[in-house]
Design a protein around this ligand. Structure first.
Ligand code: CU
Length: 474
């Protein structure tokens, strides 16, 4: 095994506007997931807003302080968050591309991670050659996007706020003075801010049972340290014409063309390396749908999410879309659900997230196995919302990997041999357990992927897989 491979393996306010514009029926249909009859919609209202030059702020004094100079002098930690608004072409399942709008050439945009009480200094830059202006609305702030307005091509603008509330919060483009906001967001201009509690996360209690020699069953509570292995999952839909353009008509009818998790349909399912390890053949698929299975997909090639058994896992989840997310993990129970830094539920099977709603799920995978995290809406599952976690060593690969020299000794999860996908892993926080290795993965341009590769912090799996295949078949 050559040195390089060895090294790689050992490192191994907007919703209100919608309701106002379209009446309460709009909100109702969001929850029910039903179609809106767009023929009954007064489309003139959109024209009128456009003719007015967008929705202008008429009472600026009503909004919170956003003066960066003043907030930077408060003695608080200041975190800079720099975004670029760029339109790019990105791939979709089936070999086509679509006209995406992005923050910093990736979908979702970069994740901001701060601690409760920090000052966030958000700067949005729009390049000269960008086709449209863009805005930014961070739900972790308590100011209106209309206060920030929008940024024209060739311009930069910023605002500051104190991240006062802990949790997971959406951020998104607010269009050009709210015009085209639906198009910009549903074409890719969204992301999350994670605001860690100032006192850190709480340890996790998992309630089990035990039986004593007399046959009496009693509770056996198990506690896990606050430190956890973390992932981020953002749910959304694509509404596209056959040419890959945004289809507003389809959006108003809630007729989405794809369900995406972190921007991709079926982005976290097995690939050819997993086929080889489990089935002995790169072409023998081990999962029903493997649309991103070839090396030619590079950063888009699907990957799995690897965790250890009996390990505290923390998931940051956000519903970025127009449809409800019924979050469920096949074969697991969600040990704890936290929203707004308050426990909402424990030992629950499924938790519902409406549009622009986030949560933190804490859980422990008890048994070795492959577990699919889904939006338990059958239409969503079959159009892309199936994400596979693999816990422990369910395929009994440790002896093979050790024998072939891929790893030195048996490992607690395949992440020690194969790493985890970069786009599913948020930046480190105070209670984060570091992943053994991170691979370049996600809906990002080749330029972003190249920069990540040049940084030396990530593994380019498409370069490693052929070497692994050679080792395993030798
Ligand atoms: Cu935009």
């Amino acid at each position: 095994m050559n040195k390089r491979v060895s090294m790689l393996f050992t490192i191994a306010a907007v919703a209100v506007m919608g309701a106002t514009l379209f009446g309460s029926t709009y909100t109702q249909t969001q929850i029910a997931g039903q179609s809106l009859d767009s023929s009954k919609l007064d489309v003139n209202v959109m024209d009128q807003i456009r003719n007015m030059g967008g929705l202008q702020l008429v009472m600026p004094q009503a909004f919170a302080e956003t003066d960066c100079g003043a907030l930077e002098q408060t003695g608080r930690n200041v975190v800079e968050f720099n975004l670029t608004g760029v339109s790019v072409e990105l791939p979709i399942m089936g070999g086509k591309t679509y006209n995406a709008m992005t923050f910093s050439e990736q979908v979702p945009g970069p994740t901001l991670r701060v601690t409760q009480g920090d000052v966030v200094k958000m700067t949005l830059t729009i390049p000269d050659d960008e086709v449209t202006g863009h805005g930014n609305d961070m739900h972790a702030s308590q100011m209106s996007a209309s206060n920030f307005e929008s940024v024209n091509p060739g311009e930069t603008s910023q605002y500051c706020y104190i991240a006062e509330s802990a949790g997971v919060f959406k951020y998104h483009c607010s269009g050009v003075k709210l015009i085209g906001m639906d198009q910009h967001v549903l074409s890719g201009m969204y992301g999350i801010a994670i605001v860690d509690p100032v006192n850190g996360y709480k340890k996790l209690m998992v309630e089990k049972t035990k039986v004593n020699p007399a046959g009496k069953v009693s509770l056996d509570r198990q506690f896990y340290d606050a430190d956890a292995l973390e992932f981020q999952l953002q749910y959304n839909q694509l509404y596209l014409t056959p040419e890959g353009n945004y289809d507003a008509g389809a959006m108003f009818k809630h007729h989405n063309t794809a369900t995406v998790v972190n921007g991709m349909q079926f982005g976290y399912v097995p690939n050819m390396a997993h086929n080889l390890l489990v089935n002995g053949d790169v072409k023998k698929n081990i999962f029903v749908a493997q649309p991103w299975n070839g090396l030619e997909h590079k950063q888009y090639q699907s990957q799995l999410l690897f965790v250890e058994n009996d390990q505290h896992v923390r998931l940051f989840i956000e519903n970025q879309g127009d449809e409800p997310v019924f979050f469920h993990i096949v074969g697991e129970i969600l040990d704890r659900v936290v929203q707004g830094n308050r426990v909402q539920s424990a030992a629950t099977e499924t938790w519902l997230l409406g549009g622009s709603q986030g949560m933190i799920v804490d859980l422990v995978f008890d048994e070795p196995g492959a577990y699919a995290a889904v939006n338990h809406d059958y239409a969503a599952i079959y159009t892309g919302a199936a994400t596979v976690f693999v816990a422990g060593d369910p395929f009994g690969l440790n002896p093979v990997l050790v024998e072939k020299g891929v790893i030195q000794a048996p490992v607690a999860s395949y992440a020690y041999a194969l790493g985890n996908p970069s786009d599913a892993v948020p930046p480190m926080g105070a209670n984060s357990i570091a992943h053994p290795a991170l691979n370049i993965h996600g809906l990002m341009t080749d330029e972003v992927a190249s920069e990540m590769q040049a940084s030396g912090d990530y593994v380019a799996l498409w370069e490693v897989i052929p070497v692994v295949a050679e080792i395993l078949t030798s």
